[in-house]
Design a protein around this ligand. Structure first.
Ligand code: ZN
Ligand code: ZN
Length: 301
């Protein structure tokens, strides 16, 4: 949870990569985008980045040299689709006074340092992260702990059911909250009581809806869930809106629009996340920014 001084700035989420497993490309994949997991979360003016999939490159280009001097990058876990954008993050290449802190919670307290050092080294990659101008600090924790950052900001975390585990995050700002719940496979019964409590009364869940219920039987055990299970979780937890995320690379725009229409029959405020889409929640405390009636209607920009 983030508790900061009262601010009129919203809690804002922007999707820079919505795919899971690998990228998608081509004319049938324009509306929802092709990049893998990366989400920008703004608690007022406070930046968090969740996951460093290929979408991180575009976020880095947008931030450029104006990026904060200290950047907190929260990994759900270290599968390739969540780390492959890291060496292409422009703020890491600009200037040597920047600190990029990574947080990893699914490895019994071990940080991402060792795994990233193995991945980003010859012959797999020509340079190491240590050779980049920015300084990396890698922080390990155990999912379930609440993270406290150097500026006092706090973010709650939760362990997710995924091969090797993954970490879910809950961001709070101005009386609003958004949860990042990817990657996970649902269990039976569903919803899981611990996860239900973690996301309860949130304004938004970003949820791993890689498959539909009809596809799921042939994908059981792969570590991912369905949009139907996302709706069930959101409704049971009194969550206001739901963004389906970690999209299967084979699901094209037509498939996803049809799935979205079907999903909205069950939950009108749900939507399938689109690359570069922004969702804002005005603070309940202060009230200087108008709250959109339906976050799903916030246009992609
Ligand atoms: Zn993934
Ligand atoms: Zn994964």
């Amino acid at each position: 949870m983030v508790r900061r001084a009262a601010s009129s700035e919203p809690l804002q989420v922007r999707f820079w990569g919505t795919r899971g497993s690998t990228c998608a490309s081509g004319a049938r994949f324009v509306e929802f985008g092709g990049h893998t997991a990366c989400v920008e979360v703004r608690c007022g003016d406070r930046l968090f980045i969740v996951d460093a999939g290929s979408g991180l490159s575009a976020l880095g280009a947008e931030l450029g040299a104006d990026a904060p001097a200290e950047i907190d990058l929260l990994f759900s876990h270290l599968h390739l689709d969540h780390v492959c954008g890291l060496p292409f993050f422009k703020p890491a290449l600009l200037g040597c006074n920047r600190v990029i802190r990574t947080y990893c919670g699914n490895m019994d307290g071990e940080s991402a340092e060792g795994a990233l050092a193995r991945l980003y080294a010859p012959p797999l990659f020509p340079v190491t992260l240590e050779q980049l101008p920015a300084r990396f600090e890698h922080c390990g924790f155990r999912a379930g702990e609440t993270l406290t950052f150097p500026d006092g900001a706090k973010v709650a975390t939760h362990l997710l059911n995924h091969p090797g585990g993954a970490t879910g995050y809950r961001f709070e700002h101005g009386g609003r909250s958004a949860c990042y719940i990817s990657d996970l496979e649902h269990g039976d019964p569903w919803p899981d009581p611990g996860l239900l409590a973690f996301v309860r009364d949130a304004d938004l869940i970003i949820y791993d809806g890689m498959f539909s219920e009809s596809e799921y039987p042939s994908c059981r055990g792969w570590g991912h869930s369905t949009w139907e299970k996302g709706v069930a979780l959101a409704k049971a937890a009194n969550v206001a809106s739901l963004a389906i995320f970690h999209l299967y690379p084979g699901h094209d725009d037509a498939f996803l629009k049809a799935a979205e229409a079907e999903m909205q029959k069950a939950m009108p405020s749900s939507f399938v996340a689109r690359e570069r889409q922004t969702v804002s929640f005005a603070p309940r405390e202060g009230g200087a920014v108008a709250q959109p009636a339906n976050p799903a209607k916030v246009p992609a920009v």
